[in-house]
Design a protein around this ligand. Structure first.
Ligand code: OGA
Ligand code: MN
Length: 361
């Protein structure tokens, strides 16, 4: 469902697909041939629910749109529910700017580290320190084609633990060899990083959790955050037990096609889903792909919970906004620009990261 379902632009067979097509990034044909930078096609965003302004008008004058229900909870944040989608919860501005930056750093540095798997595993095997390698302009080279003269200065490298086929090298050591070898720059691999999995590893080929795969526990701080944020969706006296998380990385034009997350045993437990980086449009459909989906903005720091009946609702992300006006990431840009290395700033300017945390059993 993932993977293949991510690309869904050539058909509008269902009502859900039509909505995906409506919001997806297209470029204006007219600007294609000209020398000007191509411009994204304008999209009518008037029907997109905006919980930032819903929160603002609730705080300022107590006003609420019809169908939006404020929830009383022990969480020190505003929580909203939707009359038409029981089990769905929206927590706008759930994370502080500092927390957003912390989870962006973790998502780039630590979450894609083995034994956690990423979309690159199938082809390259486990890759260590991809983010560092990308920022050092390293190149991943297939071992068999590396001239032996390069082996000595390859350093305490990285790459495939099982068969040692791919290794990172400095860009100059590869190009100066003049040897045609299979290689790919770490920067390209970072751009093509689409997912990593934490805790129990999800096997995308079998579309199920594979408990036999080696894994680390979800980091304690992420567990604590998820438990705290899950509270509005939990029954009295029960606590959410985070066992697995999927981290999605979106670049310009990337989408997540409509799907259900149905491989967890107990659908009464929520999926805790946090948004980082560029603003996105989230589509929340119904139990059939023929039910018209609700569109809403997801901004950096927002958290949504899907539990109970909402677990049976198709959902997806047809669009992220990477232009300055619509990305709405100025606070995190400012925070990152105070730091010595600007690598996070550069990445997040055109990216969105989603961390969704699940109780599997
Ligand atoms: C998912 C998912 C939503 C998002 O990974 O299953 O629905 O906001 N992600 O990226
Ligand atoms: Mn999902």
């Amino acid at each position: 469902m993932y993977g293949s379902a991510r690309v869904s632009d050539d058909s509008d067979r269902t009502v859900f697909r039509k909505a995906e097509k409506k919001y997806k990034l297209y470029y204006d044909d007219t600007s294609k041939s000209s020398k000007k930078k191509k411009q994204p096609k304008r999209v009518d965003l008037s029907e997109v629910l905006d919980f930032k302004s819903i929160l603002k008008s609730q705080v300022e004058n107590g006003d609420l749109l019809p169908g939006i229900i404020p929830l009383q909870s022990d969480l020190d944040r505003s929580v909203f529910c939707l009359e038409s989608r029981p089990g769905f919860f929206f927590i706008p501005e759930a994370l502080s700017v500092e927390e957003q930056c912390q989870w962006i750093r973790e998502s780039l540095n630590n979450f894609p580290q083995p034994p956690n798997r990423t979309n690159h595993n199938a082809f390259y095997g486990p890759i260590h320190d991809l983010f560092i390698a990308a920022n050092e302009n390293k190149v991943l080279v297939e071992e068999a084609s590396v001239p032996t003269s390069l082996e000595s200065n390859s350093g305490p490298s990285v790459s495939n633990d099982d068969v040692h086929r791919w290794k990172f090298y400095g860009e100059h050591s590869v190009s100066s060899g003049g040897n045609p070898c299979k290689s790919v720059s770490a920067a390209v691999l970072l751009r093509k990083l689409r997912w990593s999995t934490l805790g129990l590893q999800f096997d995308w080929s079998k579309r199920n959790y594979d408990v036999s795969l080696p894994h680390n526990k979800i980091p304690v701080a992420l567990c604590q955050l998820a438990k705290r944020m899950a509270e509005p969706a939990m029954l009295e006296g029960e606590q959410f037990q985070p066992e697995a998380a999927i981290v999605n990385y979106f670049g310009i034009g990337d989408t997540l096609g409509g799907h259900l997350d149905d491989m967890e045993a107990d659908w009464s437990k929520p999926i805790v889903s946090m948004s980082l980086g560029c603003k996105a449009i989230f589509l929340l459909g119904g139990k059939s792909r023929e039910d018209p989906p609700l569109a809403m903005f997801l901004r950096s720091g927002d958290i949504v919970l899907m539990a109970g009946e909402a677990r049976e609702c198709f959902h997806g992300v047809p669009r992220i906004f990477t232009d300055k006006e619509h990305a709405e990431i100025t606070p995190i840009e400012l925070q990152f620009s105070h730091e010595d290395d600007h690598c996070y700033l550069e990445y997040i300017r055109t990216s969105r990261i989603n961390i969704n945390i699940r109780q599997v059993f």
